[in-house]
Design a protein around this ligand. Structure first.
Ligand code: TRP
Length: 469
């Protein structure tokens, strides 16, 4: 069964862990998904809900995943088994691993688009940005090789292992991305007509909030912080006891949120300045940003560098998704790292093909309204939209619900608090620890339950009010 923990790899340094975990968190979720979800869900009001979900649900929940990971020194399945050897709980670990494979399958497709856009200006400068995008994502001879390429690079990094592979890359490249984003923000907010975008992004209209918007905000918050499928259990498992989980976790959440907010600042002023609409869905950044680059001196070059960095941000995320699944195989089976990475990567590529073909290449995959009625997942959802909804919203919510119950009740919040106290000096005691325990055991599961029930059309809050009214 499990390998002895003494041989387990560890991060080389605190900054190494923070950057690798932030590298997992920061990715297409921040720069591609956050802006388009914000655009589809009404702008500033969505941003506020998203921030509330991060602060009050995701950040406290992050500590549950980190503490379980470091305590068990295992992948999600192994971590659960270490506490509850038998029974259905290990299925939750299985759900984590499956979710990793499926998120990776369509995430790799979008990452492939980002890679393709590095060369956009080489092949097609100054064509209509919308038309170019529509043709590009519908072209199987472009998107499938790009998906394959991206999976190959991801596999390569994961085979390299924790310290040499993941950590080394994250350290150099994340800071460069930050600087380039600042440059693009500067151009975007100084475009004529940018004000309307700032208004949309920063000035909330609360009448736009409904149940569906709340579900999307929570789903986005989990997705962005890589929560709900054990990625942070796995990354926490490589941490030494002297590490302060609260501080490190806090930094990860801070960086991730900052990058998402910056992505919005980069995009919305430009959307309005270019006369585009914010609710374009997954196309948003690919259509709008090239137009911003065009309005910049050296735009072609800056655009290429931007998409290189976006691809790298996506890579540090795909690496974490694959790492969860690979660490499961390495810990729990006789597979070595190399074999597990190739096998899982290969399967994930195969599962990714329908998502790659779902954007105009194959019509029944591109519009699946024949399968799901409209409005559940937006209008005329594609196979990729469905995958993102099922795995990137629902499954993460489910995973977080079950894992918070597991850590709070089965393992026990006292044990988790004990783990969090190691390496954190005197900070996590008394009232703070008590309130966290209440949060983990009651508030977090309840909130997620209410929000998830909403998706299947059950309005729990209304039901409770009716019960008493
Ligand atoms: N958080 C990443 C992003 O924002 C995506 C990601 C990586 C992820 N690992 C994950 C999402 C685990 C959910 C679970 O792009």
């Amino acid at each position: 069964m499990a390998t002895p923990t003494a041989e387990r790899e560890q991060w080389g340094s605190r900054i190494g862990f923070v950057l690798a975990a932030a590298g997992s968190a920061i990715g297409l979720g921040n720069i591609w998904r956050f802006p388009f979800k914000t655009g589809e869900n009404g702008g500033a009001a969505f941003v506020i809900l998203y921030l509330a979900c991060i602060a009050f649900i995701c950040l406290p929940y992050l500590f549950a995943e980190l503490s379980l990971g470091r305590n068990s020194q295992k992948n999600p399945v192994g971590a659960i088994k270490a506490i509850k050897e038998k029974g259905p709980w290990s299925l939750v670990g299985g759900l984590c691993v499956l979710t990793g494979v499926f998120i990776l399958s369509y995430y790799g497709v979008i990452a492939g688009w980002a890679v393709g856009y590095i060369f956009k200006d080489v092949f097609a400068p100054a064509v209509d940005a919308g038309q170019y995008f529509t043709n590009f994502i519908a072209d199987p001879s472009a998107v499938i090789p790009l998906l394959a390429l991206f999976m190959l690079i991801t596999i390569g990094v994961v085979v390299g292992g924790v310290e040499q592979g993941i950590e080394r890359w994250a350290k150099v490249l994340m800071p460069i991305l930050l600087v380039l984003m600042l440059v693009v923000i500067f151009r975007s907010v100084t475009l004529p007509g940018a004000g309307a975008g700032l208004d949309f992004y920063l000035n909330p209209d609360f009448s736009k909030i409904d149940g569906a918007v709340i579900v999307e905000a929570l789903g986005q918050a989990f997705f962005s912080l890589s929560l709900g499928m054990g990625a942070m259990i796995t990354y926490g498992s490589y941490l030494p006891k002297r590490e302060n989980l609260l501080v490190s976790g806090g930094y990860v959440a801070l960086f991730d949120t900052a990058i998402a907010l910056m992505a919005g600042l980069m995009i919305f002023p430009a959307v309005f300045a270019m006369g585009a609409t914010p609710d374009e869905g997954p196309a948003l950044i690919f259509v709008v940003l090239p137009q911003v680059f065009e309005a910049m001196p050296l735009g072609g070059f800056i655009g290429a560098v931007f998409f290189i960095l976006l691809s790298i941000a996506a890579l540090t995320s795909t690496v974490s998704l694959l790492e969860v699944v690979v660490s499961y195989f390495v810990d729990e089976t006789s597979f070595n790292r190399k074999k597990a990475a190739w096998l899982v990567g290969g399967f994930t590529f195969a599962f990714g093909v329908p998502s790659a073909l779902a954007n105009g290449a194959v019509s029944w995959l591109s519009d699946m309204s024949w399968l799901v009625s409209n409005n559940i997942v937006g209008q005329n959802p594609s196979f990729l939209d469905l995958m993102d909804f099922v795995w990137g919203n629902m499954s993460l919510g489910m995973g977080a619900l079950l894992l918070s119950i597991f850590v709070g009740w089965v393992w026990g919040s006292e044990q988790a608090i004990d783990e969090l106290q190691q390496g954190s000096g005197d900070t996590f005691r008394g009232t703070l620890a008590k309130s966290w325990s209440v949060f983990l055991k009651y508030i977090c599961p309840l909130f997620i339950l209410i929000i998830l029930a909403n998706i299947v059309g059950i309005n729990l809050i209304e039901q409770v009010i009716n019960l008493f009214g």
